[in-house]
Design a binder for this molecule. Structure first.
Ligand code: GDP
Ligand code: IMO
Ligand code: MG
Length: 423
């Protein structure tokens, strides 16, 4: 049986959590393959909201096995808090969750390094979530990180101490609060105790055994294609491979097992943090979208930047991911407009029209060429099938499908599980 990969096609926050939760019953396993506590995946069930950061979004489905893969960087303290929040809601976590022993650990000084790095960049800061993502991936690739399997070994504390001291020597110039570090460390070691009671295993064997037994797997992406370390709007990106290929290295699964690549996009664009955003609306329209879409970060609470849908960026994302189907989220947020716009190409700095994304978007400003379509002020709320959707919204979807050449299979009309239309 195959593995399907579900991932964001934009700058994150497309609605991955909602969709994974919705389609999880079709799969035996839901597995996270990259990112860490920078992610914030929101699930809304019976009007109640739950935000997951590191635990896969299949955790609310009692028959689903959830896996935190080797490609993830895990913050034990955030993990312990997430587990507690789920246990309070009587969600079975311990039985249904497996953690890879190869998963990199975010230690407290990674977060201090993240903060110091951003502070040193001033105006050029990435706008990181400050969760220690960049520094922990740096240690992974420098071949000096600590992994979850290591917490079971006798020399873990001394290896931790050595890595911490190496970090402190880097931090010396920028100074840090020893008291704060002490408190973070207390929490860190308490959280490791909790993790020791979980199943920390060779998840590559578990996942490949599932495939061999004919059980299907859903790989849950975090962030989105435009934040990918290679293909995103570098350097304003995250530090992992958010695209489909990342699912193979982040889980230990061969490319030949991938069946569908399910790409998620909002009906418009958002971005949180710094960096280029060609269709950004720094005006009343942008504010209206932010308000209607409640566009505030699920992890940091920061206001998200908003703009019209960017088709050249989506086309690029579909190309590098091999997207086989697209899901359109939050079309209801645009209910408040009589007309909506979509970027179909850019004017580059030389004044030429181009549909290609510049490799260095940050230094080469592209001005969007916008196409206007009729809005759907009657709203999506009452629709429960493709046929009952407002005809202008259907035209909007068909326009996107036609321009991108990828079918739309699913439409989300609101945050709730039930506000979902399969096309
Ligand atoms: P993720 O990181 O991709 O999982 O997305 P987030 O959870 O960070 O952000 C998506 C937000 O949009 C959450 O608050 C969801 O509850 C909400 N949401 C998801 N789908 C829809 C939708 O179709 N309409 C509206 N209005 N909200 C949605
Ligand atoms: P989900 O999974 C939106 C952004 C940050 C920043 C940049 C680098 O919820 O879609 P990092 O903390 O990784 O060093 O930050 O990436 N970013 C996200 N934006 N959604 C996310 O995750 C994000 N994870 C990181 O805002 O611009
Ligand atoms: Mg999010």
């Amino acid at each position: 049986m195959p593995i399907d990969v579900l991932l964001g096609l934009q700058w994150g926050d497309e609605g991955k959590g909602k969709v994974v939760d919705y389609i999880a019953p079709k799969y035996k396993v839901v597995a996270r393959f990259q990112g860490g506590p920078n992610a914030g995946h929101t699930l809304v069930m019976n009007g109640e909201k739950h935000v997951l950061h590191q635990i896969p979004s299949g955790i609310f489905r009692p028959d689903t096995i959830n896996v935190i893969g080797n490609g993830v960087v895990l913050d034990p303290a955030v993990f312990a808090k997430e587990v507690l929040a789920l246990e309070v809601k009587n969600v079975e976590v311990k039985e249904n969750l497996f953690l890879s022993n190869r998963t990199q650990i975010i230690i407290p000084t990674h977060k201090l390094l993240d903060r110091a790095s951003e502070a040193s960049k001033g105006e050029q800061k990435i706008g990181s979530t400050l969760k220690g993502i960049g520094p922990s991936y740096q240690d992974k690739f420098a071949r000096q990180g600590l992994r979850l399997g290591d917490i079971l070994s006798a020399d873990f504390d001394s290896r931790y101490e050595a890595l911490k001291l190496a970090h402190i020597s880097l931090l010396d110039g920028s100074g840090f609060d020893q008291q704060e570090l002490n408190e973070m460390e207390t929490q860190f070691f308490e959280s490791l105790e909790k993790i020791r009671t979980f199943k920390v295993v060779n998840t590559e064997y578990l996942l490949n055994d599932c495939l061999q037994k004919g059980q299907s797997i859903l790989a849950e992406g975090a962030q989105g294609a435009m934040l990918d370390i290679d293909f995103g709007s570098y350097p304003f990106v995250t530090s992992s491979s958010t695209t489909a290929a990342g699912a193979c290295t982040g889980l230990g699964i061969a490319p030949r097992h991938i069946r569908k690549v399910i790409g998620i996009t909002k009906a418009y664009c958002t971005r949180v943090g710094s960096g280029p955003f060609p269709t950004e609306l720094n005006d009343e329209t942008g504010e209206k979208i932010r308000k209607a879409g409640q566009e505030f970060g699920s992890t940091t609470g920061r206001p998200r930047r908003t703009g019209w849908l960017d088709l050249p960026a989506l086309k690029f994302a579909n190309m590098v991911n091999g997207t086989t189907e697209m899901l359109i989220m939050k079309g209801d947020v645009l209910d408040c407009f009589d007309e909506v716009k979509v970027c179909t190409a850019y004017h580059n700095e030389a004044g030429q029209v181009s549909e290609e994304l510049h490799y260095d978007m940050a230094r080469n400003i592209s001005r969007p060429i916008l196409h206007t379509l009729a809005g759907w002020p009657e709203g999506l709320a009452s629709a429960d099938s493709w046929d009952s959707l407002p005809s202008n919204f259907k035209s909007y979807c068909l326009f996107i499908e036609e321009k991108l050449g990828v079918p739309i299979s699913f439409i989300s009309t609101g945050p709730g599980r039930e506000q979902t239309i399969v096309k």
